[in-house]
Design a protein around this ligand. Structure first.
Ligand SMILES: Cc1ncc(COP(=O)(O)O)c(C=O)c1O
Length: 361
């Protein structure tokens, strides 16, 4: 199994989890109400074709006849099954990024090329990526990217998609965090309708429900969508996830509250982080921030923060990140303040230790 954030279960005492990037507004109220008013949905099998759920996704994304939705038990199931189904010779991955793409390709028995293609500012090296491109490659990009938080513009992705198409390849864009970007929905490539393009999303991050396990992919080739769907087990989406999708995708109140929160809190967090000189960070378009420490390894910082009840994400599994990098989620104001105060203390203790000629690392 790959290393991931969110493993709060290994600690006896409760931790505030900055290691997983989940909307802190939590379960949308409307869904909570609907679920508890009628738990009888659990006494029936879900619709095997998930008609109402798919209709909700289609309406949320304003899809048309040419677009085909494939559901998954989290985005992860769509990623794994899509990689298995595509007629490609190799998978090409721009790093540092989500480690499951590589694992999914390896499990499917497809050769993988992973290359560090995000620079120090978190910008994707498109020409570098195209230099590596071969016939029938599946190129996987996460946008905005995890862990850099940076966004590649739609026009650039479309240009890449054209070249990939000429070489009979596919482009898979993981848009798990796209709804957090400032100019969403303009930032999304979902309306591009290129035949070789697959876009994957989930309820996991934006709707604050990693436990529900609901993701989906949008395909523009009917046959391919069917190929992926054929690989799914029957009833792979449980009734609660089915109901969740039907509720939250129509919940404008929750979506507006989330927008307000992310715009305010992201600006606040970055402004405060800028005041700390021991740490640098990448300006993010997502709900997490990649931080680099000039002094201490991330493991040491994690150790100190755990004492204060805060859990951060180590760089483990992100090819191309140094041992000094760590990722933190943007949460509610009180939690964010607490983390910032602890980082400030670490900075302060470093200065003092410098004076006392003792070493914290
Ligand atoms: C970029 C990215 N894609 C997909 C996933 C998995 O999403 P899900 O929990 O919906 O399977 C994650 C989880 O961390 C992620 O970071």
């Amino acid at each position: 199994m790959n290393y991931h954030g969110g493993d709060i279960y290994q600690y006896k005492e409760e931790k505030t989890d900055f290691s997983a990037n989940i909307n802190p507004l939590g379960i949308p109220e409307h869904f909570r109400k609907v679920l508890f008013e009628d738990l009888s949905c659990l006494t029936r099998y879900p619709d095997r074709q998930y008609r109402k759920l798919k209709a909700s996704i289609r309406s949320y994304l304003q899809l048309d006849q040419e677009d085909h939705v494939v559901l998954g038990n989290g985005a992860i199931e769509v990623i794994y099954k899509t990689i298995q189904a595509l007629p490609v010779k190799r998978v090409l991955i721009a790093c540092p990024t989500f480690s499951e793409y590589e694992r999914a390709a390896r499990m499917a028995g497809i050769p993988v090329r992973e290359e560090v293609l995000y620079d120090r500012k978190g910008k994707l090296d498109g020409p570098g990526l195209m230099n590596l491109l071969e016939e029938k490659d599946l190129v996987i990009l996460c946008n905005p990217n995890n862990p850099t938080g940076t966004l590649t513009l739609k026009e650039e992705l479309l240009a890449l998609s054209e070249i990939i198409k000429e070489r009979q390849g596919y482009l898979l864009i993981d848009e798990t965090f796209i709804e957090f970007t400032k100019d969403y929905p303009e930032t999304s490539i979902i309306d591009a309708r290129e035949e070789n393009l697959i876009v994957i999303r989930a309820l996991t991050k934006y709707f604050g429900m990693p436990g529900v396990r609901l993701g989906y992919g949008v395909f523009h080739q009917k046959e391919l969508a069917r190929e992926v769907e054929e690989r799914m087990e029957p009833w792979h989406i449980n009734s609660i996830a089915d109901l969740a999708g039907q509720c939250v995708l129509h919940d404008r109140t929750y979506q507006e509250a989330t927008r307000k929160w992310i715009l305010e809190e992201r600006a606040f967090f970055m402004k405060e982080l800028e005041k700390l000189t021991t740490f640098t960070f990448l300006p993010t378009q997502s709900n997490f921030i990649l931080v680099n420490s000039k002094r201490h390894k991330a493991e040491k910082i994690q150790e100190v923060l755990l004492e204060a009840g805060l859990l951060i994400r180590l760089p483990i599994g992100f090819k191309g990140l140094s041992d000094y990098a760590f990722r933190i989620a943007i949460k509610d104001r009180a939690s964010n303040r607490k983390l910032l105060a602890e980082l400030e203390k670490i900075e302060g203790s470093f200065s003092r230790n410098q004076e006392n000629r003792t070493n914290l690392t």
